[in-house]
Design a protein around this ligand. Structure first.
Ligand code: MG
Length: 164
């Protein structure tokens, strides 16, 4: 595992996100389509998504902005927009597109679906119950899970041997 990838795992853990919780979202997305899908398979797909540089860069950038907002060292008007997770800000969702782009269109619909429903860890990150700012992190986690679901679907189809 590269140092960058290790940092991604460390920062996710520090922000209270476990890989299994992301994989649970992937499982939630795919268990209706594949009755035999396993958590192990979902975890493996999440791990593969996290090997991508585009994904690593988005995760580190987003988490850093959340932390800077928490420490109140961003300049206004950005600070208030990120601290309050303002509805019209939207750049947190745009950042997630960098992740979704890697694995194609299934990822986009899956992302929209769990972004709306907010199952599992997304509910917790959104509730602000731990007193932390997760304006970027909730979208990043949803995007990783959705990209993993897309990868899983592609890997299971017969024409997908080129997916890495
Ligand atoms: Mg957000």
């Amino acid at each position: 595992m590269s140092p960058l990838e290790q940092t991604v795992y460390l920062w996710l853990e520090e922000r209270g996100v476990r890989i299994t919780e992301i994989a649970e979202l992937t499982f939630f997305l795919q268990s209706d389509f594949y009755s035999d899908v396993t958590m192990e398979e979902c975890i493996e797909n999440v791990q593969m998504v996290l090997t991508k540089r585009e994904v690593q860069n988005a995760v580190l950038t987003g988490i850093q902005l959340d932390i800077l907002a928490e420490k109140e060292i961003l300049r206004e008007p950005l600070l208030q927009m990120i601290r309050s997770d303002e509805g019209l800000y939207g750049i947190d969702e745009v950042m997630s597109l960098a992740i979704l782009n890697v694995y194609g269109s299934i990822g986009f619909t899956n992302y929209g679906y769990i972004d709306r429903l907010k199952p599992g860890i997304l509910c917790r990150l959104n509730s602000k119950s731990d007193g932390k700012i997760h304006t970027y992190l909730d979208d990043l986690v949803a995007a990783i899970a959705a990209a993993a679901a897309s990868r899983l679907a592609h890997t299971r189809s017969h024409t997908s041997s080129l997916i890495d």
